[in-house]
Design a protein around this ligand. Sequence first.
Ligand code: MG
Length: 249
Amino acid sequence: MIILKTQKELSAMREAGRISNQALLEAGKHIRAGMTTKELDRILHDFILSKGAKPSFLGYAGFPGTACISINNEVIHGIPGSRKIQDGDIVSIDVGAYYKGFHGDNAYTFAVGQISPETQRLLDVTKESLYKGIAAAVPGARIGDVAYAVQSYVEQAGFAVVRKYVGHGVGANLHESPEVPNFGKPGRGVRLVPGMTIAIEPMVNLVGADVKVQPDGWTVLTASGSPSAHFEHTIAITEHGPVILTDPE
Ligand code: MG
């Protein structure tokens, strides 16, 4: 069942989204070579608490961190720990905040130091594919239109969208209906109507769509060993078009 939100609920979601995005920006300010992913996670944790919110992911299905922090060939769900971030790494941070009864959910892949032009293009294309997906999320369109907008943009650039993991509805629950895949056909799937709130989150591999899960049961890696990028926003479908809720303002 898809839960539509009232105007008042959307206002609360906007506050949760703002805190989620500010947390991500805070991490971006502090991320540097030599720090551990656990140290970075602690910054996110303390920031979210300082805003009177709660980390959405901490304890979710037993997840032990505030954020999922995934490096290079790690796609998503990396567990914060003793691994040190190195110069030339790309670091995907996925974080959510729960505030006034609602979740915000967003992700960003940061480059630390100097990265290769090819990896930079992976980041640029993945980020832009998110905005292509958002632009397609207008009332009356379907989930397949959003999915196709992401997929077609990524594939014309020569990269591969991950199919095993998808975006999702978000609201009072971190994961709600519908699923929001990053691949699909235009005109197919659930119709978008005002009041729907979804997280669009392209996960894009430099080489090949296949992924595998680490023995830790969480960390998802590219099967090819190539780098992977991840960008996400929580958005609301409104009668005036898509509105990004995970905005800093
Ligand atoms: Mg998400």
